[in-house]
Design a binder for this molecule. Structure first.
Ligand SMILES: [Fe+2]
Length: 376
């Protein structure tokens, strides 16, 4: 299978994965479905990056989904409901918190049932309002980190809940500030900075969340150098869940499109985050995170520093920044597979862009791989 940016989808391509979409109610396109013009229009209207389709040139590639589409859909609906309830009544009912706790447990058991926990960010991007999608992504990334750090299931459930609700305090922040397309003024930023404590205090009143869950929510914007908020805590003073959520939160936020900027590529964000260890992030947690995410997911086209376009075949768990890639001849025929991590001959070769970047979508290679004959 191969990841195709949404603008390159053509009728006749066969979906290689289920896709949720929401236009007047949630529906599902299922794996194996042949794309028709109206499906493609809907996928384009969803503003998603792209989808995986079947492809002969990459028939040997396997994509492990971290979450089933069913769970993903259930999580998004529950998060949306609890945020809406909270925004209407300014308090959380026992029933609403009970439902979201239940869904957090399902999310954890779905992740734990997977043989390999390596997150492809594309899987978590997409088809819903940013706030809900971001809550889901942060919870999944946090749980993946928690698994690598050896947390037990009860703690993972608490951590997932902390991730799903980490930004619930934002319902009290005016929409004009939250969605402002330019830089916030100092006063506006002060308003935004209230959301961790606001969420913490209101959830505490519900008496339904564990202390670790609440502390994670309150401290997800602290930085290890003491320059975060609200309490300017340093290093290990920052609750453990808060340090995990900080990593998950920043990674998802920087890779997402926002009103004021385009999302960056996972590889770029990972490099930025590695440069901020011991400034913003806890070293041990960042290391666990790096083992949990695929910077360049399998099935993704990437550009290489020698100008060639290649397809990611699989990830090396020891170093997810240097996967095994398949390079092609000019006419799109397969040339060879290169292991960027284990094969010393290629250590100078780097990945310079991925999937939906201009250097790839403008290349003749993209047109070659998207020839319809390749899919049928
Ligand atoms: Fe936040």
């Amino acid at each position: 299978m191969i990841f195709v940016p949404v603008d390159f989808l053509k009728e006749g391509m066969i979906l290689a994965q289920d896709v949720n979409f929401e236009i007047g109610g949630m529906s599902l396109l299922t794996k194996g479905q042949v794309l028709k013009a109206n499906y493609i229009e809907k996928l384009q209207a969803m503003n998603i990056v792209g989808v995986y389709v079947e492809s002969k040139m990459s028939a040997d590639i396997e994509i492990n989904q971290i979450l089933s589409e069913k769970i993903k859909k259930d999580v998004l609906v529950s998060v949306k409901n609890i945020f809406n309830d909270f925004s209407r009544s300014n308090k959380l009912t026992v029933g609403a918190v009970g439902t979201i706790k239940n869904i957090a447990e399902k999310l954890v058991s779905d992740i734990l049932s997977k043989e390999k926990i390596l997150i492809n960010l594309i899987e978590l991007k997409g088809h819903d309002d940013y706030t809900y999608q971001h809550s889901l992504s942060v919870a999944v990334l946090a749980v993946a980190i928690g698994v690598k750090l050896g947390l037990n299931e009860e703690n993972l459930n608490n951590l997932a809940l902390s991730g799903l609700l980490h930004d619930i305090g934002k319902v009290s922040v005016p929409k004009e500030i939250l969605n402002k397309p330019s830089k916030l003024t100092a006063e506006e930023f002060e308003v935004v900075k209230k959301h961790p404590e606001d969420g913490f205090l209101k959830l505490k009143k519900s008496n339904m969340c564990s202390v670790v869950t609440l502390m994670g929510i309150e401290s997800h914007h602290e930085k290890v150098n003491g320059k975060g908020y609200p309490k300017k805590l340093k290093g290990n003073q920052i609750p453990f869940f808060g340090r995990i959520l900080a990593v998950a939160d920043v990674y998802d936020a920087l890779t997402s499109d926002r009103p004021y900027r385009k999302g960056s590529f996972p590889g770029e964000v990972i490099e930025y985050m590695m440069g901020n260890t011991e400034v913003h992030f806890d070293q041990e947690i960042l290391t666990a995170f790096l083992k949990s995410v695929a910077a360049y997911p399998a099935g993704m086209l990437v550009s290489l520093s020698d100008g060639r376009i290649a397809l990611v075949i699989r990830n090396n768990e020891e170093n997810t920044m240097r996967p095994v890639v398949r390079v092609f001849n000019e006419d799109g025929s397969q040339h060879s597979d290169i292991d960027l991590f284990h094969d010393k001959r290629y250590h100078n070769l780097t990945i310079t862009g991925m999937g939906y970047g201009k250097e790839i979508t403008n290349s003749s290679m993209m047109n070659n791989v998207c020839e319809i004959n390749d899919f049928t």
